[in-house]
Design a binder for this molecule. Structure first.
Ligand code: G3P
Ligand code: MG
Length: 255
């Protein structure tokens, strides 16, 4: 079943913001994406221990900040003390962990689209995340510029409970490769897209997803030459650390 008209996605979406050129999942990475001409970004969202939704990928803060420890042990006051930019480049030492609200305000101001990934780390509650995040995202962005995805079925189910109309809330199923039963998942969730690891894509996968009326996005590709077969098979969009690399392939206005 096709759940409404396909989303107007660009051919390339900036993974965690323009993470090739700025610290991932920060306001700086989204500003960099906007400055580079990207129209959509993919970002990860999780809850701090005090329930504040923040844009962050890992279960802990060690890799992408000057601190250490679990995200679920932090409150917003402590989290905002972290330097989340210097690990990438000292020029970004003033960067602070972005709350979802700050990020949504920036995206709305820039007229950008968002693929928001509900990231479920160990001991995090999928329903609590969806219940906190979805109303805020729906209030900030138009339905045509929001696509919520997750590897976690429970998170997507809770998201769908927040907004039953598939035209008003687009959901994307994240997998590494298509598992048995993906159609049933898509039907149950009224999903509009499937998001797969491009390295595991097979020629027939794209046709199968399109036959089900869904769009197919691939993550995370940074080499346009090796990605070329995926365009030929009909992949709708690529999620890349640097979408500008794809601007010259296929003569598309790709970003
Ligand atoms: O949403 C696509 C991609 O971001 C999924 O993997 O680990 O980069 O969040 P990851
Ligand atoms: Mg992600």
């Amino acid at each position: 079943a096709i759940h409404g008209p396909a989303l107007e996605l660009p051919r390339a979406i900036a993974h965690r913001g323009l993470s090739a050129r700025a610290p991932e999942n920060t306001l700086a990475a989204v500003r960099a994406a906007h400055a580079a001409g990207c129209r959509w970004v993919e970002l990860d969202v999780q809850l701090l221990g005090d329930g504040t939704p923040v844009i962050w990928h890992d279960a802990g803060v060690r890799r992408c900040s000057n601190g250490r420890g679990k995200l679920r042990r932090l409150d917003i006051e402590r989290a905002r003390q972290l330097d989340v930019g210097s690990w990438f480049n000292p020029d970004f030492h003033d960067e602070r962990m972005a709350t979802l609200d700050d990020m949504l305000a920036l995206l709305a101001a820039c007229d950008m689209g968002l693929n928001l990934e509900l990231k479920i780390s160990y001991k995090h509650d999928p329903a609590a995340l969806a219940e906190t995040v979805i109303p805020r995202a729906l209030a900030a962005l138009p339905p045509s510029r929001l696509l919520v995805s997750s590897f976690d079925r429970n998170a997507l189910r809770s998201a769908r409970r927040q907004e039953a109309d598939p035209h008003r809330l687009r959901l994307g199923l994240l997998y590494d490769r298509l598992p048995r039963g993906w159609q049933a998942d898509a039907e149950a969730l009224l999903a509009s897209s499937v998001h797969l690891d491009w390295r595991k894509l097979k020629p027939g996968t794209v046709a199968a997803v399109h036959e089900a009326g869904l769009q197919l996005l691939c993550y995370t590709a940074n080499d346009p030459a090796t990605f070329l077969p995926c365009w030929e098979w009909g992949v709708d969009a690529v999620i890349s650390d640097d979408p500008t690399l794809f601007a010259s392939t296929e003569n598309l206005g790709i970003v």
